[in-house]
Design a protein around this ligand. Sequence first.
Ligand SMILES: [Zn+2]
Length: 114
Amino acid sequence: MCAYCGRRATATTITLDHVAPRRGQSAYDRRDNLVLACADCNGAKADMPILAFLLRKRERSSMLRRYGAHLSPMLVDLVRALAPDGDAAPRVKESFDDLFTDDESPYHESPYSD
Ligand SMILES: [Zn+2]
């Protein structure tokens, strides 16, 4: 089951996705930074920061809330902020600025645009 879109994938096509971007991450390969993802979602995410990826499709936050309970507390908090009731409108602004320091901020376009 893909943690981002909820689609089923077979054992030969499912992939492991690193939720937080690898750059600067010392705990890169820990279980609390890994989810199962279908090839489409993994390819769409590539090295995109998780926040930007989730904001592009709102339903990804709801899915990750359901399938990402094992993730690190920072990631769980992020997903909960984006999907407070599982599928309600995301509340982003109060947490967005706290999540990344300037040198980690890789956004080249507004994460609020669709
Ligand atoms: Zn997917």
